[in-house]
Design a protein around this ligand. Structure first.
Ligand code: FAD
Length: 435
């Protein structure tokens, strides 16, 4: 049998950053390959921790999330193929997948996203245990670690302090986004696509969301351009609390969570929009919300496994009830409280909810049903198309009063909120009639 000559590769491990534009991980992988005379091998793994595992009896990803991720990976592969490169997509933990590479492929280094949570940290550690060098590159924040360190001696325990300090520091603006980079030519592919990929791609996109959420970098750019061209950004602060509407908010969370769109590019585009159309409270407010996202990413890194404890990173002692029936009524939109049931049905059918609806159903689970907040976070994880570990668990911990700024949590009067933000009952009627 003919033996193939050895090839040195730098693995670009695509994790939650499915794009070519403004991707420092890809840039680093290309640089590393150049200095080592190696080839870049782009690899995405459908990890069992996300594609198979469960927590609190809920799966670790929803059908809409898996579809969106599969579409994003296929779109990335198509973009790479147009550049005469490619992407290997495999089922399994990265260490297990790399261990099955053909013997002539010698992995020198793995370059991947800097983790925001312990699962990815453990995964990197298991690669190191295999004797691989792992370079974890910060990829999806507005500010780099040096800027954060320069602005803050330590991460403040509240978002407001974080934002004010960041905003006060002269010259602290996100670095300019970087252009698309082309990795080396594709090595021949040793395996066929995993079944999980085809299964995920076969899931129908929900037709009832305000925006058709199809994964991929090109789709992300289109949604973002359409939103900017609609002019809705100039009234974002007034509309963002509504329960629905095509341009009620940007609807970009899924593309941000799967890394199809860079937050730095959004930030730069908002500044350009302000130059052209004038700045106001609304244009500022979208940057304000991107700072929330930013805060939770740094907060999650600092909290580590504490973010997933019942008492949260702040260590608050809280007593909850055991009420499996109440939990299952909440999940199924059968609590008897119209606004909660409408929102939970929207979530189950589309994988998306407005920020206001997320806050109300979270408050209801924690303060009306008196259930462990982590059950709610786990259910969201199993449903959301835009699931993002730092934003989801961070927001839940914040509302439960065990996360940042633990001032007794955020309690909403769900009935008065429903009257205020759904006064014509349009939202409730739509989703209560949806079963
Ligand atoms: P816009 O209002 O247009 O905001 C633009 C972007 O800013 C969003 O896409 C998002 O990336 C970021 N953002 C806005 N609000 C927040 C916030 N409160 N925290 C962090 N980032 C924010 N967002 C996720 O992306 N993934 C999650 O898993 C997630 N889970 C949540 C769980 C709870 C209990 C709550 C209260 C909020 C959660 N959010 C999560 C934040 C927020 O609700 C969504 O990002 C937002 O509703 C998505 O709609 P949009 O893209 O139109 O947001």
């Amino acid at each position: 049998m003919k033996t193939q000559s050895p090839v040195d590769v730098v693995v670009w491990l695509v994790r939650d950053t499915c794009r070519l534009q403004d991707n420092p991980v890809l840039v680093r992988a290309v640089e590393e390959a150049k200095t080592r005379s190696a080839t870049v091998l782009a690899l995405a793994c459908l990890e069992p921790r996300r594609w198979k595992d469960e927590q609190f009896g809920c799966s670790r990803s929803g059908a809409q999330w898996r579809r969106f991720r599969a579409e994003s990976l296929v779109a990335l592969r198509e973009s790479l193929e147009r550049k005469k490169s490619g992407l290997w997509i495999a089922a399994g933990a990265p260490g297990d997948v790399i261990s099955t590479f053909p013997p002539h492929i010698r992995v020198t280094t793995v370059v991947t996203d800097l983790p925001v949570a312990p699962d990815e940290q453990k995964e990197n550690a298991s690669l190191v245990a295999l004797g691989l060098e792992v370079l974890a590159v910060q990829v999806d924040e507005l500010f780099d670690a040096a800027q954060i360190k320069n602005a803050l001696d330590q991460l403040p325990s509240s978002f407001t302090k974080f934002r004010k300090t960041i905003e006060k520091k002269q010259g602290v603006t996100p670095p300019e986004p970087i252009g698309a980079v082309t990795p080396s030519a594709l090595l021949s592919q040793p395996w066929k696509d995993p079944d999980d990929l085809a299964t995920a791609l076969a899931v129908a996109v929900s037709t009832s969301t305000e925006v058709e959420a199809r994964g991929g970098e090109v789709a992300a750019q289109k949604i973002w351009r359409d939103y900017l061209e609609s002019g809705a950004l100039s009234s974002y602060k007034k509309t963002r609390n509504a329960f629905f509407g095509r341009t009620q908010s940007s609807h970009l969370s899924a593309w941000l969570a799967h890394g199809c769109l860079s937050a730095r590019m959004m930030w730069r585009d908002i500044l350009d929009y302000e130059q052209e159309n004038g700045a106001n409270e609304s244009t500022y407010w979208l940057r304000f919300e991107l700072l929330w996202r930013e805060f939770f990413r740094w907060y999650s890194r600092e909290a580590g496994s504490g973010l997933f404890r019942r008492e949260g990173p702040s260590g608050q002692a809280v007593v909850y009830q055991e009420n499996p029936a109440g939990f299952s009524q909440w999940c199924g939109g059968q609590t008897g409280v119209n606004i909660i049931d409408a929102a939970m049905r929207e979530l189950a059918q589309t994988g998306w909810l407005s920020n206001r609806a997320r806050q109300l159903v979270a408050s209801y689970l924690i303060y009306d049903l008196n259930l462990d907040w982590r059950l709610g976070a786990a259910w969201f994880e199993s449903q959301l198309v835009d699931f993002d570990v730092a934003s989801n668990w961070g927001n839940w911990a914040y509302i439960a009063g065990v996360g940042p700024d633990p001032r007794g949590g955020r309690i909403f009067n769900v009935e008065s909120q429903a009257e205020r933000y759904d006064s014509d009952q349009h939202y409730r009627t739509r989703w209560l009639n949806s079963l």
